[in-house]
Design a protein around this ligand. Structure first.
Ligand code: HEC
Ligand code: HEC
Length: 415
């Protein structure tokens, strides 16, 4: 078949399919009475509409299978911490949607924000609740040197890689540098002792150690990018609605369907929780009260300078990208006041399995989340984008029930 012909057949086929689903030319009754515009929205929420995660040009190793398996082993290895007791999996637990069910993450100390699930994070141009990192590999370096999380330092990690993973590391990234003669511990961000040790090292040794550290992040990113969501009942229901399969109607109960109508209708949830991951990947102020009254978290506003000045960002010397490939960073709006107390819209997939909610676990249940949106309180800092809307007690239950239908299984499927 000539390319032009196959292209035309695909186009006509697509038009027929869309016609059948949306305009209903054959007079078949739409399942549960959804109209064409609603079906178009429902269709956009399906997991099957999810494109492969965008390639990260700043990580030249993310598609290497050897990097994936090295990253997976590091993710679960507690030796990469200040007390040999913390791994990424201490907080990102595979049997809990890769989070921990706590209001605040606990490693060597207690952090200031809630642990985020990592499945789907490869779709995010900016990482963390405030987006202060611009890649999955650069993100991973944060907890490793955070005193409240892994509490370690980059030189100790380089020694540990050499002791336990030398062959695997070198197969992906090439020879490890000669670490003989270097102190045991050193980092520009560590304790005063570690900082003094870092400052006493030669420039080239510091660069080599930071490169090993960056590569550790690249392996962790390669692994995390393989984690995928599995379809939920909502996905199977919408697939059935699109096929005009009457039996699909039973996949959601009446209360869940009413909740879905509110989600895409008067609740306006879909404006931010959009697309197959149910997030627009943007930052919004939704007026969630800070954990401690009088101590507002500036969120996205304070993260802009951090991501621009990060030595491990897309434009930095440890990035595999050419500068023109770092579009997110080059076109970042600076000093945007709408960013005050804004946080990243989280995915709602599997959300019912991971209370408490919001960036510092402030909201204990989905019931309380839904009531927050209907009430739309004035924000303690910045301006909330929400507008209040009326919900009956039954409608609160309906929206909560619908959020429960977004549950599927997370699994570490190889690509
Ligand atoms: C002590 C608990 C803890 C440990 C250990 C930990 N994390 Fe996290 N993780 C968190 C918290 C809390 C956040 C959100 C922090 C914030 O926004 O400031 C987070 C955020 C993330 C995100 C961002 C997800 C997104 O959608 O933006 C990723 C990815 C991630 N962690 C991966 C890792 C990796 C990889 C490791 C190991 C190197 C790790 N984490 C170790 C608690 C932890
Ligand atoms: C203006 C954008 C916006 C709208 C509209 C919106 N959300 Fe959100 N949603 C967010 C942001 C941003 C967060 C995280 C806020 C935070 O942590 O401070 C969030 C968090 C959540 C969470 C908690 C998830 C978690 O893992 O902590 C749930 C559940 C949720 N939203 C459901 C809804 C529902 C239901 C609606 C409609 C009634 C809705 N959202 C409307 C932006 C929005």
């Amino acid at each position: 078949m000539k390319p032009a012909t196959s292209w035309m057949i695909a186009l006509i086929g697509g038009a027929l399919l869309t016609g059948a689903a949306l305009a209903n030319p054959f007079g078949m009754k739409a399942v549960d009475g959804w109209n064409a515009a609603e079906i178009a929205v429902l269709s956009s929420m399906r997991l099957s509409e999810l494109a492969p995660a965008p390639v990260d040009p700043s990580n030249g190793h993310e598609s290497s299978q050897a990097a994936v398996s090295l990253g997976q082993r590091i993710f679960f290895d507690r030796r990469f911490s200040g007390n040999s007791a913390v791994s990424c999996a201490s907080c990102h637990q595979p049997d809990r949607q890769f989070q921990d069910g706590r209001p605040l993450g606990i490693g060597m100390g207690t952090g200031a924000r809630r642990t985020m699930p990592v499945v789907g994070a490869g779709y995010s141009p900016f990482l963390f609740w405030d987006g202060r990192k611009d890649s999955l590999w650069s993100q991973a370096l944060g907890p490793l040197e955070d005193p409240a999380e892994h509490g370690g330092n980059r030189l100790a990690y380089a020694h540990a890689l050499k002791a336990h993973y030398r062959a695997d590391y070198e197969a992906v990234f090439g020879p490890l540098p000669d670490l003989a003669g270097l102190p045991k511990e050193a980092s520009p961000l560590g304790t005063p002792g570690q900082r003094t040790a870092w400052n006493s090292m030669r420039d080239d040794a510091r660069r080599e150690v930071s490169r090993v550290f960056a590569n550790m992040g690249k392996a962790l990113a390669a692994y995390q990018k393989t984690l995928q969501f599995r379809p939920s009942r909502m996905d199977r229901y919408v697939d059935g609605v699109i096929r005009r399969d009457e039996t699909a109607s039973q996949l959601l109960g009446p209360s869940e369907k009413s909740g879905l109508r509110i989600f895409i209708g008067k609740g306006q949830c879909i404006t931010c929780h959009s697309g197959p991951l149910l997030t627009d990947q943007h930052f919004h102020n939704t007026g969630i009260a800070p954990r401690t009254a009088g101590q507002p978290d500036p969120g996205r506003r304070a993260a802009l300078a951090k991501v621009m000045n990060d030595e491990f960002n897309c434009l930095g010397s440890f990035s595999s990208a050419r500068p023109e490939q770092c579009e997110e960073l080059r076109f970042l709006a600076q000093d945007d006041h709408a960013m005050e107390a804004s946080f990243k819209t989280p995915s709602l997939r599997n959300v019912a399995l991971r209370a408490p909610y919001m960036h510092a676990g402030q909201v204990p249940s989905l019931d309380a989340v839904v009531r927050h949106y209907a009430r739309a309180p004035v924000a303690a800092a910045g301006h909330s984008e929400l507008k209040p809307f009326a919900l009956s007690e039954q409608e609160v239950r309906d929206l909560v029930a619908f959020l429960g239908a977004l549950t599927g299984d997370a699994e570490a499927a190889p690509r």
